[in-house]
Write a protein that binds this ligand. Structure first.
Ligand code: HEM
Ligand SMILES: [Cu+2]
Length: 556
């Protein structure tokens, strides 16, 4: 049996809504229809969250296969495994798939979808059909990308820099740009859906000041999704037009400006890095409060810092262009503004630390992943600060230092938070517990594998190994071999959860409503939740993360 109804909730339901309705509503969302059609045409945000989880996992493994090829090729200084062309295609597909088909949708489309209505006491998102449409658009774009691969690939790198992408690149630039263009619509629709949902569907008592921090972070992310994605879409259309018709937009030989491309691209892509990391910050706020069993320190500041990061993220794109020939004044301004982003980011880290102080800290897997996140995020953020200093960036621009920086934040940050979320909400999603011991082992493998893979890359970059080269001087080999070895350990950490989580779906013991003794509306409904989430409309009368009051209740 996967349904473990909470007797208290059931009693309340019987009182408030008719008992027949209660029985119907107790059927979990997983059991409400088993046919493929019932899944493919579902408008239930929880099922759509599950569909996204399966899809992003699929694309993750495509991106990871490309990464494995890259790391194997880099084992030898001569780059024996692939041709130059093949190597360019491998890192392009790696970047394109990982950024647009994994990192950007990873947490918002899976956990955002699954949790937002549960966390704000709603039956579903504001536009359930639009939500399903977003998934189909995502899948369509994903299949386009797979087609690009089969048709030979692209060799421009994920940034599609002009004039390379418009004049010299061999391969399917237009097809790849179309895939990214299409997936953008999925992002925009999802963002709109989340914004409207948070504005209109909060249950009685769920004021803005009581919104869970995860919801705040998804709200801030959605603002970026809606405001920045159209700029990327326009940029991709412009590249395609220039490539097809030789319009002088980016090509200086015919009156265009290649810097214009970089401005447009980074005006989207810098905010986009916050699309990837803000949801992770939201997850970690939930995990830290639950792991320490304490109210989050400085709730308003943690919530507000998400909005501040989203806003500031729009003013720093020029830090990607310090060596592009933009004016020194522009660079100085972008440098200063980039450093300012450290303030709201620091607010989060300090407030988590204050929350942990004197907490009853659990070492369960979700919490281990949260700690991993904090470590990797701080390291990635501080190296970002280094890059934001003009003099340092001139030295390490386009080297492995930059690769290490953004992998610490985007990959270390997003994946550790994603795993944290998966291990935290899994019992809610499938109604079963998994092996906590294996979860801990995975967290440890992830931490070791990650640092072994990417820390040497800081050294490589500092010593001068450029990115996007696969033939390198022999003195860089030792660090590259360590990095590839680390990637193998990391690979194990990616596969292990697949095994014990799937195993738990059949053999795990049934999960209670609230296995972590956490606060939050999602823990008041059965695991897995019924189709419409709550038997009766919840009413909130407590502040968020009300841990001390809970504990006092226990002692009474
Ligand atoms: C919050 C998470 C962050 C993420 C996800 C992130 C991601 C990235 C990515 C993807 C790149 C490389 C782009 C490319 O050329 O392919 C990059 C480069 C850079 N990042 Fe970050 N970053 C983050 C935070 C920061 C912060 C806080 C700063 C500064 C305060 C910063 C400063 C830079 C700079 C200056 C570069 C350009 C380096 C160069 O190419 O010379 N980053 N970052
Ligand atoms: Cu940036």
């Amino acid at each position: 049996m996967t349904d473990v109804a909470d007797p208290k909730l059931e009693e309340a339901n019987v009182g408030r809504v008719g008992s027949t309705e209660t029985v119907a509503q107790r059927v979990s969302y997983l059991r409400a229809g088993h046919s493929l059609k019932s899944w493919l045409l579902t408008t239930d945000h929880k099922r759509i969250g599950v569909l996204y989880t399966l899809s992003i996992t699929f694309f993750f493994f495509i991106g990871a296969a490309a990464a494995a090829l890259i790391r194997l090729d880099l084992l030898t200084p001569a780059g024996d495994l692939m041709t130059n062309e093949g190597y360019n295609r491998a890192f392009t597909v790696h970047g394109v798939v990982m950024v647009w088909f994994f990192l950007i949708p990873s947490i918002p489309n899976t956990f955002g979808n699954f949790l937002i209505p549960l966390m704000i006491g709603a039956k579903d998102l504001a536009f359930p059909k639009l939500n399903l449409l977003s998934w189909y658009i995502y899948m369509l774009a994903g299949l386009f990308t797979v087609f690009v691969l089969i048709a030979g690939g692209v060799d421009t790198g994920w940034t599609f820099y002009t004039p390379l992408s418009t004049m010299y690149a061999n391969g399917n630039v237009i097809l790849a740009a179309s895939a990214v263009f299409i997936v953008g619509f999925s992002s925009i629709l999802t963002g709109l859906n989340f914004i409207v949902t948070v504005h209109t569907l909060r249950c009685p008592g769920m004021t803005w000041g009581r919104l869970p921090l995860f919801v705040w972070s998804i709200y801030a992310t959605s603002l970026i999704l809606v405001l920045a994605t159209p700029v990327l879409a326009i940029t991709l259309v412009l590249i395609s037009l220039e490539r097809l018709f030789g319009l002088g937009i980016f090509n200086p030989a015919i009156g265009g400006d290649p810097l214009l491309f970089q401005h447009l691209f980074w005006f989207y892509s810098h905010p986009a890095v916050y699309i990837m990391v803000l949801p992770a910050l939201g997850v970690v706020s939930e995990l830290v409060a639950a792991g320490a069993h304490k109210p989050i320190f400085g709730y308003q500041f943690v919530a507000g810092s998400s909005i501040a990061i989203a806003a500031l993220g729009f003013f720093v794109w020029g830090h990607h262009m310090f060596v592009s020939g933009q004016s020194l004044y522009a660079s100085a301004a972008f440098s200063f503004l980039s450093i300012a982003v450290a303030i709201p980011s620091g607010v989060k880290v300090y407030n988590w630390t204050a929350t942990l102080f004197k907490g009853h800290i659990s070492l369960d897997p979700p919490f281990l992943f949260a700690m991993t996140f904090i470590g990797l995020f701080v390291f990635g953020g501080l190296t970002g600060l280094m890059l934001a200093m003009l003099a340092i960036d001139v030295h390490v621009h386009d080297t492995y230092f930059v690769i290490a920086h953004f992998h610490y934040i985007m990959v270390g940050g997003t994946i550790s938070a994603f795993f944290g979320a998966l291990h935290y909400w899994w019992p809610k999603i499938v109604g079963r517990m998994y092996s906590l011991a294996w979860g801990r082992v995975t967290a440890i493998f992830f931490f070791i594998g990650f640092n072994l893979t990417f820390f040497p890359q800081f050294l490589l970059g500092y010593l001068g190994m450029p990115r996007r080269y696969h033939v390198y001087p022999p003195e860089f080999q030792v660090l590259n071999v360590i990095s590839t070895g680390g990637a193998a350990v990391l690979g194990v950490a990616y596969v292990m959860p697949l095994i014990y989580l799937i195993y738990s779906m059949r053999y795990g013991k049934p999960a209670p409503n609230d296995p972590w003794n956490a606060t939050g509306l999602e823990w008041t409904t059965p695991s897995p939740p019924p189709k419409h989430n709550f038997g009766a409309l919840p009413v909130v009368d407590r502040p968020p993360y009300d841990y001390e009051i809970e504990m006092r209740d226990e002692h009474v």
